[in-house]
Design a protein around this ligand. Structure first.
Ligand code: HAM
Length: 435
């Protein structure tokens, strides 16, 4: 039997989580005025080599590369930013004076990694990229967007870590300081770090092998080498986050695994209790030179991506109940006449937007109750000869066991009253207060 490829999986039972998350992505992106963009799943290999960077693990070890029948070098996208930047340049979206230009995307990414809990070879990302403003307020808004998205999913046990890398001058000063510091110990560090020492010393801080090496523990940190302007940018981001009540922690060692970052970098993690070691659910930052590197006009930009599979593992581990999970009503019918009448009733209810179901197999009362649990119905109504004669039914709330009487004719209106209308704003904390 042909089986799925290592690191991939079929989405079957988890589809409700995906759909819930996809709904929230659209809702929250609208709040922040991000428009959806869909780019191809494969691009010219060069895009990722030049965009993400040769020294990143993603490019040096993890890409799915293939030569097509026309002898072109293709790569399955390992992340979304480079493709969005390519589309931004190729479609001349920068020509629109209405900056910032904000885009979000959702879809599969591909990395040849060693599969484990929360790490796959095909995984999905929700990402957002904003182009055209270097304001630190936009960095802060981007982080606020990511946090609001998590809030809408009711995920609370999260920590936002932040660091400032600065722009070219700050990074260069830091590279020099780090190289001087590691001059005598670099040969003790892993092979990857020795390569990074030559090509991109900053990324030595991201080493997963020699984390406890004294030379790395005592290494200088980028934040101490920021120029005055870059320090002012970083502080303005922190200040803006504070005014929005977004809690963040400065992590001076945070550098992230992709080469394109400048200024702000951030990561959102959930507790290891929820997700184990792969507990970063979101990563992002500013990348002021990527558009130019990929032959576009100089354009500052900032963005983030969430790993959807990791989010789902965390949501499940935190026992978060999805909204609209299951159906609204299961109508238990006793006898053939009730079954026919039941179908008529639920057709009316469905036309009014109520998710309702009945049995088609003439199952026993007990078996239909079991079926209602399988449907995760919030309410159950029993319809038999007696109820049809009286024109009345009892609506049972499956969670509270509370009973509400209703006429059959008034069933729709009663159910609408009982079903708490979905909140227009799931992220509102202070309903009725505007600021
Ligand atoms: P990244 O940190 O490489 O950043 O990936 C973002 C998120 O994707 C991670 O935090 C993680 O949740 C998820 N992820 C990464 N690899 C895997 C995997 N193998 N299996 C499951 N989930 C995974 C980026 O991709 C940047 N493009 C983010 C960005 C956007 N920066 C600026 N704009």
């Amino acid at each position: 039997m042909i089986q799925k490829m290592k690191g991939t999986y079929d989405i079957i039972d988890d589809i409700a989580y995906f759909q819930w998350i996809e709904k929230k992505i659209i809702q929250i992106s609208k709040l922040y005025h991000y428009k959806e963009i869909r780019t191809p799943h494969f691009e010219a290999s060069q895009l990722f080599h030049r965009g993400v960077g040769e020294t990143s693990d993603i490019i040096s070890k993890e890409t799915y590369d293939f030569i097509d029948r026309g002898h072109r070098e293709n790569t399955l996208r390992p992340e979304g930013t480079a493709g969005v930047v390519r589309a931004y340049i190729e479609n001349k979206l920068y020509a629109n004076p209405m900056v910032p230009h904000k885009f979000f995307y959702y879809g599969s990414m591909f990395r040849y990694e060693r599969p484990q809990k929360g790490r796959f070879r095909e995984f999905r990302q929700f990402g957002a990229e904003a182009f055209g403003s270097s304001s630190p307020l936009l960095d802060a808004e981007t982080i606020a967007f990511a946090v609001t998205f998590l809030k809408s999913l009711k995920l609370k046990d999260v920590k936002v870590s932040l660091n400032g890398l600065g722009d070219k001058a700050s990074k260069q000063a830091y590279h020099q300081a780090l190289k001087a510091h590691l001059k005598d110990s670099i040969h003790d560090l892993c092979k990857d770090c020795q390569k990074r020492y030559q090509e991109n010393p900053l990324r030595i801080l991201d080493c997963k092998v020699d984390t406890d090496h004294p030379a790395l523990i005592s290494a200088p940190k980028p934040i101490d080498y920021l120029t005055d302007d870059d320090r002012a940018h970083f502080e303005a981001v922190l200040e803006a986050l504070k005014t929005m009540d977004i809690d963040v922690e400065v992590d001076p060692s945070l550098v992230r695994g992709l080469d394109y970052y400048t200024h702000t970098v951030f990561e959102i993690k959930v507790s290891k209790a929820l997700l184990g070691n792969q507990n970063a659910i979101c990563g992002g930052g500013r990348y002021n030179h990527l558009v130019e590197t990929l032959d576009g006009p100089p354009t500052p930009a900032v963005g983030f991506s969430f790993g959807i599979e990791r989010l789902i593992v965390a949501l499940k581990a935190a026992d978060i109940v999805m909204e609209d999970y299951g159906s609204h009503l299961y109508l238990i019918t006793l006898g053939e006449a009730a079954q026919k009448e039941g179908l008529r009733i639920i057709q009316k209810l469905r036309l009014g937007g109520i998710m309702a179901n009945i049995d088609f197999l003439g199952k026993s009362l007990k078996a239909q109750f079991k079926q209602s649990e399988h449907h995760k119905a919030r309410f159950v109504v029993v319809l038999g000869d007696e109820e049809m004669r009286q024109g009345d039914v009892e609506i049972k709330n499956q969670e509270t066991q509370e009973i509400t009487r209703s006429s059959i004719r008034g069933l729709y209106a009663t159910l609408v009253d009982l079903l708490t209308a979905p909140s227009a704003c799931d992220t509102c904390e202070q309903k009725g207060e505007s600021s």
